[in-house]
Design a binder for this molecule. Sequence first.
Ligand code: IMP
Ligand code: MG
Length: 320
Amino acid sequence: MEIALTTLVVNDYDEALAFYVDAVGFELVEDSPSTANDGSAKRWVVIRPPGAATGLLVAEASTEDQRAVVGRQHGGRVGFFLQTEDFDAQYRRMRQAGVRFREEPRHEPYGTVVVWEDLYGNPWDLVQPATPTAEGPAAEGAAFPPPADVGEVLVSATDIARRVAELGAELTVDYADKNPLLVSVLKGSLVFVADLMRAVRAPLEIDFLAVSSYGAATRSSGVVKILKDLDQDIAGRHVLMVEDIVDSGLTLKFLLERFSTQRPASLKTCSMVVRDGVANQPEVDYVGFRLPPGFVVGYGLDAGQQYRHLPYIARYANTE
Ligand code: IMP
Ligand code: MG
């Protein structure tokens, strides 16, 4: 079982949607006509954070009692908890959209948190849990038993899905009307780009490029070789390179230099994972997850071509 919906009582459907969808960044899942018990016309309106399992049923108050609870559904207690994998980006977005914050972000043992208010004054927490593994990767590991060489699950399939949906929502806004060319760097970014492109609600195209910088081992050879080049010309195109993981950044730097000489209209980068604590990495524009040092596999990432099909990202145990 799960809680699918909880009701948010509002004064007006459209002003509530303008706030939650445009300012906060929720997606509109459904907005269809329905009929109340007394026969009057209503709307069935569901919103949720992009890709999230639990949604909010937006319900327009139609009685005095209902109007009285708008903005104080929980008697002043924080009644809603919006969890994110990228606190900074979501906080920035909401501030830019003019959302009211009651305080500066706080760092607590359980994570980073800030209290904000919706348009009616309902208090919400925006929170990023202290560990990316807070949400039961163990349980998912059980559903898809890790092979012998595969260690701790660092990012669960659920966390990946949620983050991909968030990135997709960002790209939808940033690349609206730009018909970007997503350049998937094979083979590692295959799984990521397949999910990411379906999370973008705007026209786009995709092309592939295969490089190899690592041999069969888990250490960089320091050499980047183009195994398969792009099919099309990128001159005048808005190019978004989609990488699996940026470690030394050697591969990305090489490709950025190569592409920038081909006069794209813009050139940005997106990586599912950026390894923390590595000097001289190039700046990545859209980051899925920052992970601590240590070789990882799964969700497209391999060790000697194995483990790309794992639905989560896990530590690789057999690294010398
Ligand atoms: P970089 O050039 O050092 O940034 O590394 C680029 C490539 O090395 C990535 O695109 C991956 O294909 C591979 N790589 C780096 N770290 C890992 C890892 O932890 N697991 C699997 N592949 C990795
Ligand atoms: Mg790669």
